[in-house]
Design a binder for this molecule. Sequence first.
Ligand code: GLA
Length: 389
Amino acid sequence: MQGHLFALGALAGAVLAGSAAASPPSAAPTPPMGWNSWNHFAAKVDDATIRAQADAMVSSGMRDAGYRYINIDDTWEGERDKAGVIHANSKFPDMKALADYVHSKGLKLGIYSSPGPKTCEGFPGSEGHEEQDAKTYAEWGVDYLKYDLCSLGDRMRAAGGLDKAHEIELAAYRRMDAALRATGLPIVYSLCQYGVAAVWRWGGSVGGNLWRTTGDITDKYPRMIQIGFGQAGLSKYAKSGNWNDPDMLEVGNGGMNGAEYRTHMSLWAILAAPLLAGNDLTKMSADTLAILTNREVIAIDQDPLGRQGDRVQAEGPLEVWAKPLKGGAHAVGLFNTADFPNWIEIDYAKLGVKGAAATRDIWAAKDLGKLTRYRVQVPGHSVVLLRVG
Ligand code: GLA
């Protein structure tokens, strides 16, 4: 009898494996975590920078905290040869060797291009070379592509209307999706087009694993908050494999204080945002590292339920956002954007929680007991991040 059961189990396993092979698992089951060169290095990125960041991602403990991708942003591109094959410029003498190096550290490599003729910094884009470029990336060992609208925007503006512009954009993003799929490799596909045409409604349908919902972040508190709170109402468009991307992290770049960076990290975790560090990993303060590697905050972002959080209440500068977690718990962020302290209160009934729920202050690493509501003084430009239930 037991033998039969076992055989049945094996059969079910084989059928499941068969169906998994038919539809390959998503390259981004949880929001991608890693690092990107743009926010700190911009055009100064080169081979040595990438190797040093990969080394630091390992030695700092960030890899062990879940960070994986080392992403080269714009300015790596060189010329196309006579056959149209793209080559890296002199800052990146051997892309394949660089990918091998990054992989040898247990990490993955990301790259950047545009669906237009030129990237945002004026380097060659992929228009008309999508298949060639995807093949080149695959040969190098690239695991992630950020595909940035840039000069395709000029064509869209000249198209004569929003709908025509949208068709141009859809076709361009689909072309690269097909080219990436044709490589047979699980390359993460990151759309970067600043939220044009409400991309959250259609980003998944053109193959995007993530899509930027906003213009560029800067290392300033008002811009970070504007972007973060500007995500209200987008939670229903995110799911495992398809994420809203409110842009990369600025934690550790020096333009905000610790409370402001904890606000940034808390809000991005509640938003199930990709966590792409944007600082110099070779020169991190203990506080920066503690913010980026807080395991409980990362667990909120990466929660297997795969739900994005959203706004629960807003009262002038005081906002409460919550994210449902696997097993019925919630992550709750109490944000004070005033520059002086304020009391904020959340009644758990507003989260759909019935009765008292175990409550933990995550940044303070302190259990607060079983509660039905929580009232706390939040300093200016700061956050209290709770796990409830
Ligand atoms: C755009 C993107 C940025 C960065 C730059 C590079 O502005 O939004 O994230 O990739 O281009 O040129």
